[in-house]
Design a protein around this ligand. Structure first.
Ligand SMILES: [Zn+2]
Length: 332
């Protein structure tokens, strides 16, 4: 499939962290406004992750560097709009963006989470007017926060139920297993939210089991990553039988050390084991990729065909939490 046909293929993007999508031009502008001149080499070092990062503190610092620049509703609105614009230019018709209100607002005490949220909604509304794209939001809870803190942010999402499709849980899955968060996700489900959970991403014997536990204990409708699924045949069979969709993010998985090269990502193995797989970017701004880069990787390194790409997007469309009428409006 040539690049242009690949770009035109209607796509679904299910796993993208809004806070980490800022275009490089936007970040550089924000730095300049703070009086910081930065050359390309320094920008790369401070703001991008383009090689596997061995230690967590370095990775976290880069995340925080992005977040700290997002210091006004205007900036957040622009970032949201530009993210949707870039996705649409690459053929994405259905886009789910997730963000953690706790993460976005922690650094900016003077900013109201409500104002930031409204800015995101404005960015989405403008993009939906300008491009053939339907965009939905997911509220992300953080494992590193206490259950009490997360309850606060779940209440925030419930208050804005009309704006959020689903609730997610992210951060270190090995240190903070699913069991602690069961009451929160029981509540999220009873409030009518869909659920997707980051699981089966970290290196460790528990990771694959976390996929199953997230489905059984946290009612996950989809799994964020789940790339470690091949490490446990019983979990593989469980997920295959249920038809649970995995939100795979090849470049991100390589950068976090799941596979030694991007090309050796187990995407095809997982799909051929009978699992419903989808292609996603995770953190396109910070990882310096677009959704097209991920499709090119699958085409060039793993031999994916047009038929296979279509199949992946059929699964993606079915698993997408955006209501059917909104899907049909942009993708008849
Ligand atoms: Zn993620």
């Amino acid at each position: 499939m040539h690049d242009e046909a690949l770009r035109a293929l209607p796509k679904v993007e299910l796993h993208c962290h809004l806070e980490l999508t800022a275009r490089h031009a936007l970040l550089k502008e924000l730095l300049a406004a703070k009086g910081r001149r930065i050359d390309d080499a320094q920008f790369r070092k401070e703001f991008l992750i383009t090689e596997p990062v061995g230690d967590l503190p370095t990775l976290l610092n880069i995340f925080l560097g992005h977040r700290d620049l997002l210091d006004s509703p205007e900036v957040v609105e622009r970032m949201t709009y530009e993210c949707c614009e870039d996705m649409s230019a690459n053929g994405v018709r259905l886009l789910e963006l997730r963000y953690a209100p706790s993460f976005l607002c922690d650094a900016h005490q003077g900013l109201s989470p409500d104002a930031m949220h409204m800015a995101i909604l404005r960015g989405i509304a403008r993009a939906e007017r300008d491009f053939p794209i339907a965009v939905g939001l997911i509220a992300l809870l953080q494992r590193i926060k206490t259950v009490e803190e997360n309850r606060y942010w779940l209440d925030f999402a419930i208050e804005k139920k009309a704006d959020f499709l689903a609730v997610d849980l992210a951060d270190n899955e090995l240190a903070y297993g699913p069991a602690t968060f069961t009451p929160l996700f029981e509540r999220a489900k009873s409030e009518g939210f869909a659920v997707t959970i980051h699981a089966g991403e970290a290196e460790g014997p528990q990771a694959a089991q976390n996929i199953r536990d997230s489905i059984e204990m946290l009612h996950a409708d989809r799994i964020g990553h789940g790339v470690r699924i091949m490490e446990d045949p019983e979990v593989l069979e469980f997920v295959r039988e249920r038809g649970t969709v995995l939100e795979l993010c090849p470049t991100s998985n390589w950068l976090s050390g799941v596979c030694p090269t991007r090309e050796s990502h187990p995407f095809r193995k997982i799909m051929e084991a009978g699992i419903r797989t989808t292609v996603n970017t995770d953190d396109p701004g910070i990882m310096n990729i677009s959704i097209m880069d991920e499709y090119r990787l699958l085409r060039d390194a793993m031999g994916f065909t047009a038929e296979e790409f279509k199949q992946i997007n059929v699964w993606g469309r079915e698993a997408c939490f955006i209501p059917e009428d909104r899907k049909a409006a942009v993708w008849p």
